[in-house]
Design a protein around this ligand. Structure first.
Ligand SMILES: NC(=O)c1ccc[n+]([C@@H]2O[C@H](COP(=O)([O-])OP(=O)(O)OC[C@H]3O[C@@H](n4cnc5c(N)ncnc54)[C@H](O)[C@@H]3O)[C@@H](O)[C@H]2O)c1
Length: 340
């Protein structure tokens, strides 16, 4: 069978669904249709993208015989995602869920358990892992070019007000659960199992559209010896911005260093002293979204494991949980404290 035999139904036709649709169209994938509880939104998206099937009832979409993958882009709220996941799982449909799976570990675990109970595959759309530039970095990281990695730093800094947004940023948790999750997924994918987390966070109160943390620094120790520093400073009013998706990534090894972002990379090696500028095709938006879905479909087709499975992603959500506990209790939080 071909990738285009895997009919995709998108639940939630808001902002990011546009990127999903563009990405899937570019990759020649089959979009069966979409669902949105907002009738105006559903109608507008149907017209904009000429979607063959659009409904305000996501059950109808999931029931569509051509839908084999339910792509959830509805808000990451437990009360919204749980019924969709339960219904789709009962109908035996594969699940592809936007990050964060959910911002709280106990809630995320529940989604994973539902999928496992009904034996349906669930992949979390941690598209950072599939960014063309980051895949290029990963090749050099894994082939020994920079030796043994020991330190990684990822930094986003920008000013971002969400006053006009109806739900985003309006919960107790924000930048660490909703944005840094991109970076947590990436470092987990690159460096494996984490050991402990220490975090600081805060909120610039002048950003009135955001209720939770709008800056945070999260230090993660991995079992393989790598230490990572993930900085998300979304209350930065300076003029040296590093906005998403141009966060700066540094990976230091004992034989070299990778520096770059989603559009350019420079690798410096020590012996022999060289500079490498890896070439790659595509950007984060929308190419990483196509890569992520194609990866999922290829794995389903081959009956093989896939990256960013729901169960594996609990390691990522646990970093979020650990970071908030660390701030509240002012201590380092260890992975053994969580049942994953
Ligand atoms: N880089 C990325 O991967 C990226 C970027 C942006 C957003 N996201 C994620 O995508 C998700 C959606 O974000 P967004 O910016 O598109 O939000 P949005 O508010 O623009 O869109 C969400 C849509 O879901 C609809 N919706 C709400 N409840 C629903 C339900 N029960 N059934 C069907 N539709 C429902 C809303 O009407 C809205 O149209 C979030 O989880 C967010 O974290 C990921």
């Amino acid at each position: 069978m071909a990738r285009s035999d895997w009919g995709i139904g998108i639940v939630g036709l808001g902002g990011i669904a546009n990127t999903h649709i563009q990405a899937y169209r570019n990759a020649g994938l089959k979009i069966v249709g979409g669902a949105d509880v907002d009738e105006q939104r559903a109608k507008a998206m149907k017209e904009r993208w000429q979607l063959p099937f659009v409904t305000t009832d996501w059950r109808e979409l999931i029931d569509h015989p051509e839908v084999r993958i339910v792509d959830i882009t509805a808000p990451h709220k437990f009360e919204i995602r749980l019924p969709i996941v339960e219904y789709a799982a009962k109908k035996g449909k594969a699940l592809f869920v936007q990050k964060p799976l959910l911002p709280y570990l106990d809630q995320a675990r529940k989604l994973v358990e539902v999928a496992e109970q009904y034996g349906v595959p669930l992949m979390v759309n941690q598209n950072s892992v599939f960014v063309p530039a980051f895949l290029a970095m990963e090749r050099y990281l894994r082939d020994g070019t920079i030796g043994t990695p020991y330190y990684c730093q990822i930094e986003n800094r920008n000013w971002f007000d969400l006053s006009a947004h109806p739900w985003y940023g309006k919960e107790e948790r924000w930048v660490t659960s909703d944005m840094a999750v991109h970076h947590f997924a990436l470092v987990h994918h690159w460096f494996g199992e984490w050991e402990s987390v220490y975090a600081i966070m805060g909120r610039d109160p002048s950003q009135t559209g955001i209720k939770g943390d709008n800056f945070g620094v999260v230090l993660i120790r991995f079992k393989n010896g790598v230490q990572a520093c993930v900085i998300n400073n979304w209350a930065y009013r300076g003029d040296r911005r590093r906005p998403h998706p141009r966060e700066e990534i540094i990976i230091q090894g004992d034989k070299g260093c990778i520096t770059g972002d989603s559009e350019e990379i420079c690798i410096v090696t020590v012996d022999p002293p060289t500079k490498i500028f890896p070439q790659f095709q595509g950007k984060w938006f929308p190419d990483a979204f196509a890569n992520a879905m194609c990866h999922f479909i290829d794995a389903l087709e081959a009956g093989k494991p896939f990256w960013c499975s729901g169960r594996d992603n609990l390691n990522v959500v646990a970093i979020i949980e650990a970071a908030y506990i660390s701030v509240k209790e002012r201590r380092e939080v260890r992975r053994e404290e969580f049942a994953l």
